[in-house]
Design a protein around this ligand. Sequence first.
Ligand code: BDP
Length: 491
Amino acid sequence: MTTFESARRNLLKASLLLPVAGTFITARAATSESSNAAAAQASFTVKPEGKGRIVSDSLASLSYETGQLADPRFFSPDNHSLIALLRELNPNGVLRIGGNTSDITTWSEYHGTLPAQPSHTTGPQHPVTLRPESLRNLSGFLRATGWKLVFGVNLRAGSPAMAVALSHAVRDAVGDSLLAIQIGNEANNYEKDYADFDTAWQPYARALRAAGMPLAGPDTGANTDWVIAYAREHGAENCFLSRHYYRDAAQRGSVGDLLGGDPGLLEYMERLVDVGDEVHLPVRLTEANSYYFGGRDGVSNVFAAALWGADFMLGLASLGVSGIHFHGGTLTSVEASLGREVHATTDASSLSLQRDAASAHYAPIAGDVALGFQPRPLYHGMVLAQRFAGARMLYGKLDTGGANLAAYAGKRDDEMLLALINKDVLLDADMSIDVEDFFIDSAEQLRAASLDSRDTAGLVATAWQGDTAQGLRIRVPRASALLVHMKKQHV
Ligand code: BDP
């Protein structure tokens, strides 16, 4: 293990450090509510000359079901509110279309024969028919957002010819916005093992390559070993490596579980990034979110998910993961991917709650074409992490003082960014900050009424006070995050 690798491993681990004496810089909005709360004495020390990974500008990305394209008005140049939300989230994002419904999609303009399709008792039941109008509109949508596209074709149908015909149509429609075609979604759910997947995948890859399509994969579920085997066998023919991530199943989801962290995650993602380095390919989580089976209401769609999301993204960006596509979309589209039919009805009087009810629980953006769109708390966590785009992540020594804290540092030119994420329900954190030669220029806060609040104002500039002459101390209220902008001291 190199020194930096061990530093990366330590990034999220607490270590002992003597508190630095100094005055408090307090986010004012926070003091009124939490000044009487118990506070952990924490510290974060950063060496500005570290050699960490540079955060990719397409880190904050999104994923939707292919079934979402059944309504051509969803991804359309006329869907102004969704376009505005994507642009605000990330001007360089990547839209991944796929999910379970990609493996039941047929292309309306393909007139060849398909092998007989076995019937499935689980998973999506109703085939999706994709039509040219949806691709035309998708193209206008991508142009309006500036986003790139990763498009998944149907492996399960056993028809490379249909995949080639659809990929041509996608490329003809979206042109240079097409970053890659992926073959099959979580084939680990229907192929016995990697060897069987490879046998099914190869004729597709040959046909798509012959048609000049860029490929990525294997777009597997939680199978790190598949990605490693794929990288070694097919790395040279691909433009990135991919797998998915969910913390657990929806029925096991809770705010405590989500904020408690996922102990194995950094280890296996680091393995993947190392394999990616070996074959010179970036690694993307092409589908990810808190809890599969559509997310958990009251957990995935509340403020806790914003803190989780920011921490998750920055932890993985520190390892060198290039993109994280949070899965979402309408409740109907995601439930269909699970073989369930829903009628998203609600008697909620507010538009905001109606949009919430119309959406998959884990979706970062809530809403539909009829109701319009709004950011969920998770979206704001993504915005926070995306602020690090282009920054070099630095090793920081964090002493949590017993609170559930995460802290990240990234340097971009003469600017230093700190993300101080307090996931603790009970403890505020008084953090002493030691970053040689940098002073605090401004700070933004991400906060909500409570961890289970469905609303947050997003990142809001926060006034801070304090004498910085003898070291910095910042209070990070429980259940909140601070994004601190520091500037280099010129002497
Ligand atoms: C993933 C599938 C996606 C599902 C999601 C879920 O790729 O289509 O919607 O699980 O369970 O495995 O929420």
